[in-house]
Unconditional design. Structure first.
Length: 324
């Protein structure tokens, strides 16, 4: 039996197709007015398509919620939901996808690093060329610290070698999705979500648009270097079991090296009848082997921790407030 919510959505009739813009926000009080202004500027270029903007407040510590409330009261096409605390961008994206009613849904940031001016071309592609999704990727990392750019490229090379899905270097979360693709994403139940990988895992025909990197219009980036490292590890562990294989290979390698070393020491004692000296080298070997063991245990622990969070089946987020 279909839920009442499903019947409500089926009864809604629109003269024009609907485009939903999902915008996760964390401390974006300065950027939001600029974002809405830019969306207003682009809307006439979209054509005969209605637009709704869904702002998701991910437990911001500044006045982001107050700005959302004001914008929602001024513009009928804008609505918002607010989390009870910070649950992370992945949860905010999921909440926005669930709230979206559009025939197409675009996920984008509020800082204008995902240019709304690309939306008309993205819509044209899905309507005229038959694609289900249109993704965006940066062809440059202008304005980004060199060390971050280096590690970002390393991440894409590593995950594309060991994971089942293939990620596009420079891919942004800015993506236009068909209703079928959105429904497929929402249906995925896992708690540990990595959207870039999930976009690729669900399949569907995707076309990529390239653009030059754009600086933030206001505010500061919320991604620290360590935060990006943890996010990268999350992506690798979510779509590959290769680290577990690596731990097995390391264990076997050092086991055979240890056996070889023992054989050499025994042969030396039998032939030359003298003890093997060097307690310092022995301590170093013990430390090395202990480090490898801890590394392998850490990999296994990461997978077990993800199983633990999935088994608890806690909700991805809690909404404390929404626009009426």
């Amino acid at each position: 039996m279909k839920s009442s919510l499903a019947f409500e959505k089926e009864e809604i009739t629109r003269e024009c197709p609907l485009l939903s813009l999902v915008v996760p926000c964390y401390n974006e009080e300065k950027a939001l007015p600029c974002f809405i202004k830019e969306v207003q500027r682009v809307m006439p270029q979209i054509g005969k398509v209605d637009v709704e903007v869904i702002l998701v407040n991910d437990g911001s510590k500044d006045n982001t919620l107050g700005v959302m409330q004001q914008i929602s009261s001024e513009f009928e096409f804008v609505r918002y939901v607010s989390f009870s605390r910070n649950f992370g961008k992945e949860s905010a994206i999921l909440a926005g996808l669930k709230e979206a009613d559009g025939d197409w849904v675009a996920v984008m940031d509020a800082d204008l690093q995902d240019p709304p001016s690309m939306l008309p071309e993205m819509l044209r592609i899905v309507c005229e060329e038959g694609y289900d999704c249109v993704g965006t990727r940066r062809i440059s990392r202008k304005g980004e610290p060199p060390i971050r750019s280096f590690f970002a490229r390393c991440f894409y090379k590593i995950i594309n070698k060991i994971a089942d899905v293939k990620l596009v270097d420079g891919a942004r979360d800015f993506k236009l999705l068909s209703r079928e693709a959105v429904d497929a994403l929402v249906a995925l139940p896992e708690v540990n979500r990595f959207s870039k990988g999930l976009y690729e895992w669900i399949g569907f025909r995707t076309k990529w648009l390239e653009f030059e990197n754009v600086e933030r219009v206001a505010g500061e980036t919320k991604w620290s270097f360590w935060g990006l490292v943890k996010y990268s590890i999350e992506g690798i562990l979510s779509f590959s079991t290769a680290p577990l294989v690596l731990s097995v290979i390391l264990g076997l390698t050092f086991m055979f090296l240890a056996l070889g070393g023992i054989a050499v020491l025994v042969a030396r004692q039998l032939i030359y009848h003298n003890s093997a000296y060097g307690w310092t080298s022995m301590v170093c070997i013990i430390l090395l082997l202990s480090g490898v063991q801890l590394f392998c245990l850490g990999i296994i622990g990461q997978y077990i921790s993800k199983m633990y969070t999935e088994i608890k089946k806690r909700p991805h987020y809690i909404i404390s407030e929404r626009s009426r």
